[in-house]
Design a protein. Structure first.
Length: 280
């Protein structure tokens, strides 16, 4: 896939931010990978991939090298030189590398094993950072972390073959029923969740449906998935995906204009329909 002419200016804009945080490849001098949102190292790479930039591009390869330089022998990734290492941070880093085509790298295989070894009893993954205090709701795993872990595990040999991942899918499906804010991070299903956000940057109806459509051993005929998909379908405009929410700093990019349908977002929607045997 190459970059279409109409998206070249988007690529140029994203690349123009690569030194914003003090060093190259959208990072800081001390190699923070999640600094400067929405133009962080991990996010900017994913935007460029969406736009058709090859993982073999020199900038992309160097950015991947930067991420790998923060990888640890136990499979985790330290996205900041200070503080702890949380599952959500490792998930975001490994997911980016998987989307770049590094799923067969031995380091990524160790990261797959790390996630399988740290799965919670309820099927999800949890960041034990209790910013909102503790309560019954904080006993749950973190929905967004679980979503990203499942996204990266799509690139592993376990996806759609290992019952542990089916349990993780079911955890997210059950949150469709629960809806209330759960986990230490208080992720709920409310107004913001239901708005179509693109590019994928958080726990969102569109991202969830894209993930579920790949989880065919559990989700394809599940009523909870079908309800979520119907909610997404009801938002389409002539079969295309409209962008309802985008972070302001990305609002001028052509591929994700708020209030407009997105050709690239619609490709993901068509993929959902194809995977469940429907025509777009």
């Amino acid at each position: 896939m190459s970059v279409e002419k109409k998206y070249i200016s988007d690529v140029e804009t994203i690349l123009s931010h690569r030194h914003d945080n003090g060093a190259d490849f959208w990072t800081t001098i001390d190699h923070k990978l999640l600094k400067g949102a929405p133009y962080t190292t991990l996010e900017s790479i994913l935007y460029l991939l969406e736009l058709g930039v090859s993982p073999d591009d020199e900038v992309m390869k160097n950015a991947a090298g930067l991420i790998f330089s923060n990888w640890k022998e136990d499979g985790r990734v330290k996205t900041s030189p200070t503080g702890g290492i949380y599952p959500c941070q490792t998930a975001l880093a490994v997911n980016t590398l998987c989307h770049m085509g590094y799923s067969n790298d031995d380091r990524i295989k160790k990261s797959f094993a790390y996630f399988l070894d740290t799965q919670q009893e309820d099927g999800g993954w949890k960041c034990n950072k209790y910013s909102f205090g503790r309560g019954e709701e904080t006993e749950y795993s973190t929905p967004y972390t679980t979503l990203v872990v499942l996204d990266l595990l799509r690139y592993s040999p376990y996806f759609n073959k290992d019952a542990r991942l089916d349990k993780a899918v079911d955890f997210l499906l059950e949150h469709w029923n629960i809806r209330k804010p759960i986990s230490p991070c208080h992720y709920g299903i409310g107004t913001l969740f239901m708005q179509i956000e693109y590019p994928f940057r958080g726990y969102n109806l569109f991202y969830v449906c894209v993930l579920f459509c790949h989880s065919m051993t559990v989700a394809k005929e599940d009523g909870r998935f079908l309800e979520a998909l119907k909610a997404l379908e009801d938002k389409t405009v002539n079969g295309e995906i409209p962008v309802e929410r985008v972070v302001p700093k990305l609002a001028k990019l052509n591929f994700c204009k708020k209030g407009k349908t997105s050709e690239l977002a619609t490709i993901h929607y068509q993929e959902i329909l194809k995977n469940i045997g429907r025509k777009g």
